[in-house]
Design a protein around this ligand. Structure first.
Ligand SMILES: N[C@@H](CCC(=O)N[C@@H](CS)C(=O)NCC(=O)O)C(=O)O
Length: 214
């Protein structure tokens, strides 16, 4: 398996965690998102992923994009350990937590959006960071409340088993710290982070543990 990845990319981080949780070996192909204006925008990489985004996973002749589609593929192809619960309503809840991060929070603080704010609207560094913090904190407030009030409250986002929701939450918390969010308002989320960080699959996937880390 080959993963096109960037150490600091939170979408790549999700896939690295999932691969590690499932005990799958993979080769990393680093795509530097800043060097030379961004290697993700090169014709060579766009021939692999026309969206110019990481991650991309290659497995058995399949070329897959979109981190959640990749993780659902891994879940179906390599079901153990499962990252989704068996009950349909529980699965929908876990997916909803994951999508709240992957669809509502992450896309509006993504590199290309922030670049556009700088180049097109002349926002300065502090304003851009404030933008990112605003959307992350809005999403985190809702997630904190949602997870706290789940009937299946436990050690992780959903009960006592690691799921797709944790796989999305931990990388988003890393982004939040980079933008200087005050995380003290989210004790449930940061408690889950501490417990995930103690698991080798998460530790091995962390940005600072990657071969392309700076
Ligand atoms: N929804 C996509 C998001 C992918 C994405 O936004 N990747 C970011 C890194 S986390 C990226 O490649 N950004 C490059 C850019 O903005 O130019 C997924 O989940 O895979």
């Amino acid at each position: 398996m080959k993963l096109y990845t960037f150490f600091r990319s939170s979408a790549s981080y999700r896939v690295r965690i999932a691969l590690n949780l499932k005990g799958l070996e993979y080769e990393q192909i680093p795509i530097h998102l800043r060097r030379g204006g961004g290697e993700q925008l090169s014709a060579e990489y766009k021939a692999i992923n026309p969206h110019g985004l990481v991650p991309t996973l290659e497995d058995e002749g399949n070329r897959l994009t979109q981190s959640l589609a990749i993780i659902e593929y891994l879940e179906e192809r390599y079901p153990n350990p499962p990252l989704l619960p068996s009950d349909p309503a529980d699965r929908a809840t876990v997916r909803a937590l994951a999508l709240a991060i992957a669809c509502e929070i992450h896309p509006i603080q993504n590199l290309r959006v922030l670049r556009h704010l700088r180049s097109e609207y002349q926002l300065g560094e502090e304003e851009v960071n404030r933008w990112a913090r605003y959307w992350i904190e809005l999403g985190f407030s809702a997630l904190e409340q949602q997870i706290q009030s789940l009937p299946r409250r436990g050690q992780f986002c959903f009960g006592d088993t690691v799921s797709l929701a944790d796989v999305c939450l931990i990388p988003q918390l890393a982004n939040a710290k980079r933008f200087g969010c005050d995380l003290s308002a989210y004790p449930t989320l940061t408690g889950i982070e501490v417990r995930c960080a103690a698991l080798p699959a998460f530790a091995k996937a962390a940005p600072e543990a990657q071969p392309d880390a700076e």
